[in-house]
Design a protein around this ligand. Sequence first.
Ligand code: FAD
Length: 368
Amino acid sequence: MRVLIIGAGILGSSAAYHLAAQGIEVEIVDEAHQGKATMAGAGIVCPWATKVEEPEWYKLYEAGTRFYDGLISGLKARGETDLGYGKVGALVVAEDRAEFDAAAERVARRTKNAPEAGEIRHLTPAEARALFPPLREDFDAIHIPGAARVDARLLSAAMVRAAVSMGAKFRSDYVTLKTDGDRARCLDSTGKEIAADQIIVTAGAWASQILRPLGLDHPVVPQKGQIVHLRLPGVATAKWPVVLPMSSHYMLAFDDSRVVIGATRENNSGFDYRVTAAGELEVLSAGLKIAPGLANATLIETRIGFRPAGETMNPILGRVPGFSNLTLGNGLGAGGLTIGPFAGSQIAKIAIGQTTDIPLDLYAPKAS
Ligand code: FAD
């Protein structure tokens, strides 16, 4: 069987890796659009503190987190070491005491049966600042040692590389789909057909565009995120925890003295690939309020990503009704770097007719 995957973000690269590992013939095609979400995403993997209480979404959010350990060890076993993944822990903080207490209750409830979260501890402001020095001086924190951060640029590149090393083919191109009876056919940018028995569409915020010629009215739109990268020259930030202030903003650090503050959530943004004054102001104000010690950091870049946002929070994963050869993975929204590797492995199974690890019927694409 030959499987064609359209889109090599976190979802498509995971699907490719898991198919190639089973010896399936795979081709991945990717246009690398400006604003590809996987290239901009922050990379927080910590389901336990979220305020979101959607049970079906949370189930995948948690399953995605659990999936990481096996994925990382599998990639390392194949010689992939540059994965950008670290279990650095998280500090949950809040300006408001009631908000902090509510977060403490949520974390305790959710981690009761999640040993991978590690031992949850309440830290004094001094203990919290010992872990994340720029933090405000008056913040108590809840410490979740099992939280992780991932540089999804590195991780998805590693999954594609591993897939290619197992025989997958990668091509940079913009492709389109057309209908042929109950089948979808894929054409490259010169109009030539790319042969495939099964097609998986993991086209992120661009999925609606590629599905439209098939007569499908797909409910996913771009939600723009602007995310600011700072550098603290000479400071070893690699082990700093993620900071979750219980708002839509947050902070995390990477190996190269880099601290990231995220992010705007701009609905109705279209594909507006611009750093805006208001976006920069929003993110920096929120970040410096929580971590004033970052005031003198160097602003090195602002990344822009388009989250694939559906009508509900739930991802859309499964076979497309009306087509015998089309599987869709989409709508991961703001949780895609957490859910994506697991979801990618599952849509790979769906495309080749295997049973998924957990029931996914609820997330199946609707007929349109
Ligand atoms: P994408 O990564 O967008 O990939 C889609 C790919 O399909 C693109 O490369 C595109 O070029 C390609 N494509 C589309 N159409 C075609 C075509 N016709 N031909 C060829 N190629 C095509 N998630 C978390 O879990 N934790 C976080 O901390 C987090 N932070 C985030 C912060 C920001 C600022 C943003 C924007 C997102 C964040 N996310 C986070 C969410 C996460 O990044 C996304 O949900 C996830 O990356 C979506 O992955 P994807 O593979 O579906 O899409």
